[in-house]
Design a protein around this ligand. Structure first.
Ligand code: SF4
Length: 150
């Protein structure tokens, strides 16, 4: 299962800009996992990037202890605010605030794929430099999921 998720992640970051609906599908998949009550297991079992980092990148990562500054609340909150701001700006620039356009799912997919590529451009160097899960210590998506009440 996690190998398939890793492959799905690779497909999204390599082909997602050409086929933006892939971004929407991954987003829907995350929604489905949450709806069926598996939110707490998202990061350990269901996240495509988390799976890719564990299954494929862990062999290439030095797996050093994650620096404390990456784990700090201040850093996590700063990244969360920047991520949400950038996400909101892209939604706005893509015309995704009301009224919803006819090709809204494609536009949304493009935004989601861009966010995925951008975060991967941070996550992968961090994995090779420090620890395959260094990105996860301050990942905005993981941060938001942890804040959702049961
Ligand atoms: S912290 Fe982010 S990238 Fe890591 S497994 Fe969770 S959602 Fe995925």
């Amino acid at each position: 299962m996690r190998i398939l998720l890793s492959i799905a992640y690779l497909i999204v970051i390599t082909l997602g800009l050409r086929y933006p609906i892939l971004g929407t599908l991954v987003f829907s998949y995350m929604g489905l996992v949450i709806i069926v009550g598996k939110r707490k297991k998202w990061c350990s079992s269901y996240c495509p990037r988390g799976s890719f980092l564990d299954v494929m990148i862990s062999r290439l990562s030095p797996t050093r202890p994650i620096p404390l500054w990456l784990l700090s609340k201040t850093f996590r909150r700063t990244v969360l605010v920047m991520f949400l701001g950038f996400f909101g700006l892209q939604l706005y620039l893509s015309g995704l605030f009301a009224p919803w356009p006819e090709d809204g799912l494609i536009r949304l997919g493009t935004v989601l794929v861009r966010m995925c590529i951008l975060s991967s451009a941070i996550a992968l160097p961090l994995a090779f430099w420090n620890n395959q899960r260094a990105w996860c210590s301050f990942c905005p998506v993981g941060n938001i999921l942890r804040r959702i009440p049961q």
